[in-house]
Design a protein around this ligand. Sequence first.
Ligand code: SF4
Length: 474
Amino acid sequence: MSQFISVFEMLKIGVGPSSSHTLGPWRAAQQWIQKLKSEQLFKKLDRIQVDLYGSLSLTGKGHATDLAILLGLSEADPEYIPIEDIFIIVERINIQEEIYCKGGKIIPFPRSSIKFNREFLPFHANGMTFKGFCEDKEISSETYFSIGGGFIVQENNSLEDEIEISKKNFPFPINRAIQLEEYCEKENLLISEIVFKNELELRSYEEIDHQLRRIWDTMLESMYLGCHTFGTLPGGLNVKRRAFDTHQKLIKDTSYTNPEEWITAIRSSEVKFREILKWVSCLALSVNEVNASLGRVVTAPTNGSAGVIPAVLMYYMVIENHDADFSHVKRFLLTAGEIGSIFKKNATISAAMGGCQAEIGVSSAMAAAALTEMLGGTVAQCLSAAEIAMEHHLGMTCDPIGGLVQVPCIERNSMGAIKAIHAAEIALETNPKECLVSLDKVIDTMWETAKDMNKNYKETSEGGLAVTVRLADC
Ligand code: SF4
C-alpha cells in the first residue's frame, strides 16, 4: 500500500527554532510520558534520565533541544502553549530542578538529567533515549529518533506505523511525482484537487478548511510579528532582527491595525523589482526571526525553512493577485504539502541526514510548485518548477554558526523564497516535455548527494561557517 502523508503532517504548527531538534524531541518526550501512563508506570516514576546522541547532542543547545525536552516531559503542547509560558516553565524547572507533570506529580530533575553524548546511534543521526527509574531501578527505557519536520520514529517502527493515517486506502496513492502527474492527467484535476480528495479520506471538508485556516493564520501572524519586532535574537550571536527595519522602509506611513489590514496596506505599496525583492526577503526573514526566538511558526517542511512558503504565498497575495483570498491559500498549501511529502518519502527533509538542501531546498521546491499552480501553470509545469528549485539547491550544506538556527539559516529563507519565485517563472516559460531532469530524478539525486555528504555538514556545526566563524568571533 502506498504511504500517504497528509498536508497536516508536512505543515505543522509548532515552536521554534528547529523541527528536528526542538519539535521532534518535544513530541518524543510527550510520547514517552504517555507510554509510561498507558503502562501504569508513570505513578512509580521518581527519576528521569535523558540521553541525546549525534546531531541532537552536537547542536542541541543552540537548537533548544534541552528546553524542548523539559517542555515535553511537562506535557506542554507545542501547538497550543502560550509562548510566554515557555520561559516561565523552563525557568521554574531550572531553578527548582523539578518537573511538574499534569495531575500534580513532581519529579526531581537536576540539570545533569540531560546528557549530551557526542556519539551517533546507528539508526539515525538524531537519537535520544528516555530512561525512567523507581527507587534506582530502571522501569522504562525508550529510544526515539527525530527524523526531520517534527516526525519521530522508534527503531523497530517505520514511519507508516507512526503515522497511523497512512494505512488507509486513499483514492490517489502517491509515492512518486510521476504518479501524481498521471492522476492529474487522467482525472483532469489540479495537484491541489487530487490532494484535497485524498485528505477527504481523513477528515471532513469543514475540518480541512478549519485546519488550513489555522495554518495560514499562524503563518500570517508569524510574518506580522516578525515585521513588527526589533532588537537582537537570543543565543549569544547578537544577530540583529532585520525584518523590522526593512518593513518600516517598505510600508512607510501607511496605517493598519491588524494582519488583514496589513495585507491591504502592502497591496497599496510601491512594487518595482527592488521593492518586490525586499518584500519577499523581509517576509521570509520575519518568520525565521520569530522562529529563532522560540516563537510560534508553521513547520514547512521544517522550522529552519519555515519562512519560504509564507513569503512566497504572501508574494502571490500582495503582488501577483490582489483579489487572492483564502480559497487561493488552501490550494497553495495543499499543493506545497504534497510536493514536500514526495521528498519525504523518497529522500529526506532532515538536515541531519541531507544538509540544508533537505530543508531550504525542499521548502523552495514546495513553494515553487504551489506558486506555479496559482499562476495558471500546467501540472507538468508545477512539477518542473519544483524540480528547478531543488536542482539549484543540490549539495547545500548545513553549518549553522554556534549551532543556532540563525546564520546562515535566516537569510537562506529569503534566498529559497526568491529562488522559488524564479523557478516558477522559468517553468511557466518552458515546455516540460523538453526538460532533461524530472522532479523524481532530482529527488533521487538529492538523496544520493545526501548520502555522499560529509557528516560535518549535516547539522553538526563541525564544518563550514560553523568552523570558520566561531561564536567567540561574533
Ligand atoms: S543551515 Fe539550513 S538546514 Fe541547517 S539549521 Fe540552518 S536552515 Fe536548517
